[in-house]
Ligand binder design. Structure first.
Ligand SMILES: C[C@](O)(CO)[C@H](O)COP(=O)(O)OP(=O)(O)OC[C@H]1O[C@@H](n2ccc(N)nc2=O)[C@H](O)[C@@H]1O
Ligand SMILES: Nc1ncnc2c1ncn2[C@@H]1O[C@H](COP(=O)(O)OP(=O)(O)OP(=O)(O)O)[C@@H](O)[C@H]1O
Length: 322
């Protein structure tokens, strides 16, 4: 058990707070379309220090409230991924779905950083503790995979390789801590739209070729994993790759300027985070991070900036109280 983690005691009637984090895809290679219409992926996730907290409290029914970053854009009914997580867990565990979920967001909505997935992961962990369902990590990972491709990684945290739809996750050996500057956008991008744009750009031939073999070009991923094992920041920077970057730039052309501004301010490397529109800048130390953040904010190339570090932990209980 790491520092800061709280052992859950079965206190009847107590509320439970679980925390999960945003992610950046250090590598995202997209292969062909699968029969379920999602894409075959090989990706390397890293959890970064933008937390999402979900408090699960005893209630007569299922209630949800959202506060924090972009809360006004987040549904509180069954469209909310955390609500769906609670319902799925209750159904599988055979318990009534009685819980109030209070979500505190710091991850931008529809930003490509899997904020909703973090909420789902935190809700699974919090409700599991609240209801004493006692599901194992493997069970929760499987439920997470049913909720969305990014949810199992939000449960696991750290640095990890994702395959399949991205939901098959295994921890990756990674040395040291990385510092990032995140440039936020004023509006979000739809994940299906970005994948759709990739398909459109690849065209019929590219889709068929990729689809036939479900092949993903993994070379860059191996280079990245080697650089992470060695803790070599420059090599990590050189190996960052995202197949969704070009389609995201096609849908949000201003992101090209954002990437350029951060690189000119000295960032080691830059890429679009997942399906965007958040862009992530790998920086070497505090001073460089500050210079990049200031340049992005001052130029107007980012609606807002955040300085974060990774890797951080996956979904876990951080507080138990009344
Ligand atoms: C862009 C990433 O965040 C990178 O980690 C993920 O691939 C998206 O993960 P997510 O939002 O949890 O994805 P899901 O909720 O499972 O699916 C949302 C939509 O993304 C697309 N999708 C997602 C995962 C995948 N392997 N192929 C896809 O094509 C599909 O259009 C799907 O309808
Ligand atoms: N708990 C939640 N938090 C945020 N959005 C949610 C949540 N539940 C459902 N949604 C809906 O899902 C959409 C995308 O959410 P999210 O913020 O997770 O996007 P994202 O970070 O781009 O996801 P990903 O990186 O996994 O593709 C939102 O526009 C919102 O309508």
């Amino acid at each position: 058990m790491g520092s800061g983690e709280v052992r859950v005691l079965p206190v009847p009637g107590a509320s439970v707070v679980a925390r999960a984090h945003a992610k950046v895809n250090l590598a995202l290679r997209v292969g062909g379309l699968r029969p379920d219409r999602s894409h075959e992926l090989v990706t390397v996730f890293e959890a970064v220090s933008l937390p999402e907290d979900v408090r699960a409290s005893p209630s007569r029914g299922l209630e949800c409230a959202v506060t924090g970053e972009g809360a006004e854009h987040v549904p509180v009914d069954e469209r909310n991924l955390a609500v769906r997580a609670a319902l799925l867990l209750a159904e599988r565990a055979g318990v009534p779905p009685r819980v109030r979920l209070d979500i505190t967001k710091t991850v931008p909505v529809a930003g490509g950083m899997a904020g909703g997935s973090a909420d789902a992961a935190a809700a699974l962990v919090a409700c599991d503790a609240l209801w004493g369902t006692g599901l194992g990590r493997e069970d929760l990972l499987a439920l997470g995979g049913e909720l969305g491709a990014d949810v199992p990684f939000a449960l696991l945290g750290g640095t990890a390789v994702g395959t399949g739809r991205g939901e098959q996750v295994v921890p990756a050996l990674a040395r040291g801590e990385r510092s990032w500057v995140l440039a936020l956008s004023a509006s979000g991008l739809s994940t299906p739209a970005v994948y759709g744009e990739l398909d459109r750009r690849r065209g019929e031939a590219g889709r068929a070729a990729a689809g036939a073999a479900l092949d993903v070009d993994e070379t860059a991923v191996h280079e990245l994993l080697q650089a992470l094992r060695a803790g070599d920041a420059a090599a990590v920077g050189a190996a960052l790759v995202n197949d969704l970057q070009e389609p995201a730039l096609a849908l949000a052309p201003h992101l090209a300027t954002t990437l350029q501004v951060g690189l000119e301010a000295g960032a080691v490397a830059a890429l679009v985070s997942g399906s965007g529109p958040t862009t992530a800048f790998l920086v070497d130390g505090r001073e460089q991070g500050l210079a990049v953040a200031v340049a992005l904010a001052a130029s107007g190339a980012a609606a807002d900036v955040r300085r974060v570090t990774g890797p951080v932990h996956g979904a876990r209980v951080v507080d138990v109280g009344r």
